[in-house]
Design a protein around this ligand. Structure first.
Ligand code: ADP
Ligand code: GN1
Ligand code: MG
Length: 375
């Protein structure tokens, strides 16, 4: 695979000088491409899509193009800079949204948003609050987008009931011969089986709305401006699909309210950060504005616990299946990740009353503020 040759397939400005691995994603292979022309140096993001996770690139890129085309004028109208605050597909020289190499691998390119950083843990609660605002705003801006026009690229992505069933199937098949060594974790999941249906049922019964959501709101999927520390661009749009805002809230809390990285081996370092919870919740709710329904508000803490539990189950399932989904750096990587997630679930369960009171208080303040504005 010749990365320079592949970069040259896209409509970049100037000549490609260098291609380097970039970022910390678990799914796609990401590179920064440096190009130069008389006009100056410009960098791009080149990604090889993970074909096992995303087998239908046309559908995926159609979603990507539709969502970004919808967001860009909104950002502009709000006084923002769409080139910095929204991803944009750089087409191939033939005008296609992606390039297929000789081995059948799918590549795409976007602009690299300069002077930003992506964080694995929240460096301050102010930063995390602003990430919350950006993710809330992302959902709000997409409120009028026709959800039915989006293809569900990964069906049942956050169907926690199915994720649990997949775990049980992986335990039964025990393909990698690892099940006997993780009995404690399997028991942990089994003890919470009843909880898996809470969001799925609420959606099915129409108690909470189906929205267009991001579905992968971990902190390193929002770029933070290096100078201002403000969250400026939500990236990793591959899983934008119809979903619940509880998924986006919960997945962000899972990462940003952990006091350690997702693959910390020393579990004593993995705790639930209450200050960050307050900050993110405030940012997220303010970003959403009037969009939150009462039933969603009540379920926000459950969303945090369930998304963390679900992610832990996914890591455990992958460990049992022999590490076929997430990128791993060593044989127990998925196991280590599962343990941090389950430890966090326990910590969140202990903090449930605190989370609910926080959410209620912020909701009340927002409603009060709205009333005052009306008066
Ligand atoms: P994955 O699906 O593998 O997580 P991402 O699209 O999230 O792939 O990209 C991986 C990482 O690359 C991000 O976490 C971020 O650090 C960096 N990155 C991706 N796109 C951009 C971009 N347009 N500008 C700057 N950094 C980016
Ligand atoms: C993956 O793509 P990335 O690294 O941002 C995964 C998420 C998981 C996350 C766990 C498409 O996210 O669902 O929550 O890893 N993305 C996909 O770190 O499965
Ligand atoms: Mg990512």
């Amino acid at each position: 695979m010749d990365l320079m040759q592949i970069s040259g397939q896209f409509s970049v400005s100037g000549d490609c000088l260098e291609v380097k691995p970039f970022g910390n994603g678990h799914i796609n292979d990401t590179y920064a491409v440096t190009c130069a022309s008389e006009g100056g140096v410009r960098r791009y993001i080149l990604q090889k899509l993970n074909s096992r996770v995303f087998p239908h690139p046309t559908a995926l890129m159609n979603n990507f193009a539709a969502v970004t085309a919808y967001l860009r004028p909104i950002i502009k109208k709000e006084g923002g800079d769409p080139d910095r605050e929204c991803l944009k597909v750089i087409p191939t020289v033939q005008g296609a949204a992606y390039y297929v190499d000789g081995e059948g691998e799918v590549w795409r390119m976007t602009q690299l948003i300069e002077n930003t950083d992506a964080y694995l843990v929240a460096e301050s609660s102010a930063m995390f609050e602003d990430a919350g605002r950006a993710f809330g705003l992302f959902i709000k801006r997409l409120e009028g987008f026709d959800a039915a026009s989006l293809i569900e690229v990964i069906p049942d992505f956050h169907n926690t009931v199915k994720r649990y069933e997949n775990l049980e199937k992986a335990v039964a098949a025990d393909k990698a011969g690892r099940a006997s060594g993780v009995k404690d974790l399997i028991d942990f999941a089994r003890a919470r089986k009843d909880k898996t249906s809470v969001i799925v049922s609420a959606l099915k019964e129409g108690r909470i709305p189906l929205r267009v959501t991001h579905n992968d709101t971990k902190l390193n999927n929002v770029l933070i401006d290096t100078a201002t520390q403000k969250a400026i661009c939500v990236i990793d749009l591959d899983t934008v699909m119809p979903g619940s805002l509880l998924y986006d809230f919960g997945d962000a809390i899972r990462v940003g309210c952990s006091t350690a990285e997702e693959d910390e081996k020393d579990l004593s370092k993995v705790n639930f950060d209450r200050e960050n919870f307050v900050a993110f919740t405030r940012g997220f709710m303010r970003g959403l504005g009037d969009n939150l329904t009462v039933n969603e508000e009540k379920l926000l803490p459950t969303g945090a616990i369930l998304m963390t539990f679900e992610c832990g189950m996914r890591f455990l399932t992958d460990y049992l299946e022999g590490d076929v989904y997430f990128k791993t750096a060593y044989p127990e990587h998925n196991l280590v990740r599962c343990r941090t997630q389950f430890k966090l679930v326990e910590e969140m369960e202990k903090s449930l009353d605190f989370m609910q009171k926080t959410v209620d208080d912020i909701y009340f303040d927002i409603l009060k503020g709205n009333k005052q504005k009306e008066a």
